[in-house]
Ligand binder design. Structure first.
Ligand SMILES: Nc1nc(=O)c2c([nH]1)NC[C@@H]1CN(c3ccc(C(=O)N[C@@H](CCC(=O)O)C(=O)O)cc3)C=[N+]21
Length: 296
């Protein structure tokens, strides 16, 4: 193995420490701390674990955490009423509705009911449009975390060839927008792309977000490329449950210049960026200067 392993867990720890020091200062200066509301509909086990982790980390940086749990049978109008309350609540600066939502609820309608200024996921159509046109917006947490790690690794991304695999609204599309904004030449490929490996092999920066365990081996990677593995896939191996990425780590680590591991790469950065976005939303709501390095 020759690649540098990009330690997302350590990076996220440093980011949270920076956020915590800003939150402490703001609390002393204003008496008000940033507040993050997380809404969970239904009992999905993975979502429950994830929401609990977010709550713990939110409190750990000194923010207020508000958890709202609705039963799986909750109606769309009940959820919309809760969002209206959270939009109006001045102690809430960020609102996250955990996805996926039960099938009887229109997720798009719910997301677009969130005040865009409190949309710390960056999924509201207003934020999507602001990002696409290069204006100040809330940026989706996973791509934001990837961008922070890439900027840290390269310094400048200008002129680099980036390939994003996956075209979802939560990762692929916003990731491509951010890379474009940092002056990369950006290609998005997806399940219908022809000659995917060949296109990927041109990338200086390869971002994989497809949800296919260990699909990307060394044949997709240019020697020295930086590989950001967004996939988090739970598989059974040797009779045990384990997390793997979209990338075959052992194989790709022999050829890449740098690579993010799973677990311990993009995942921890996603949660740290949720806190960063909440602090950004708070600063904007209170007309305070935004700390450097939190937003793009
Ligand atoms: N509105 C909304 N926003 C989200 O951002 C959102 C969501 N819904 N629904 C679910 C997905 C999933 N997601 C993860 C974030 C961090 C880890 C993470 O920290 N993973 C650890 C491993 C955790 C473990 O051991 O299970 C790691 O990669 O090291 C995982 C998954 C955010 N999501």
């Amino acid at each position: 193995m020759s690649a540098k392993v990009i330690d997302g867990k350590a990076f996220a720890g440093k980011l949270r420490a920076k956020i915590a020091s800003h939150v402490a200062r703001l609390r002393d200066e204003t008496g008000v701390v940033p507040g993050l509301a997380v809404v969970l509909v239904g009992e999905d086990a993975a979502s429950q674990v994830y929401v609990r982790n977010k709550g713990i980390q939110t409190v750990a940086v000194g923010m207020a955490s508000y958890e709202h749990k609705l039963p799986a049978e909750a109606s769309e109008s009940q959820l919309l009423a809760l969002i209206a309350d959270l939009n109006a609540d001045r102690s809430v600066h960020g609102i996250l509705v955990q996805l996926p939502l039960p099938a009887h609820i229109d997720a798009g309608a719910v997301i677009n009911a969130i005040d865009p200024r409190k949309d710390v996921d960056g999924f509201h159509v207003t934020n999507v449009g602001l990002l696409a046109t290069g204006q100040r917006s809330m940026v989706p947490c996973t791509p934001l975390g990837c961008l922070m790690m890439l900027r840290d690794h390269f310094g400048s991304l200008r002129g680099r060839t980036a390939v994003v695999v996956g075209r979802s609204n939560i990762v692929g599309k916003p990731m491509a927008q951010l890379l474009l904004r940092d002056d990369c030449s950006v290609t998005i490929v997806h399940r219908h792309s022809l000659g995917m490996a060949e296109i990927c092999r041109r990338a200086d920066i390869l971002v994989t977000a497809v949800g296919q365990p260990e699909m990307f081996d060394a044949s997709y990677v240019k020697p020295g490329a930086v590989v950001i593995d967004v996939g988090i896939n739970r598989i059974e191996r040797d009779g045990r449950s384990k997390l793997v990425g979209d990338v075959n780590f052992a194989d790709v680590a022999n050829i890449a210049g740098a690579i993010t591991p799973v677990p311990g790469g993009v995942g921890p950065m996603t949660i740290a960026c949720l806190l960063a976005n909440t602090l950004t939303a708070y600063c904007r709501a209170h007309d305070l200067p935004e700390p450097d390095g939190l937003a793009v």
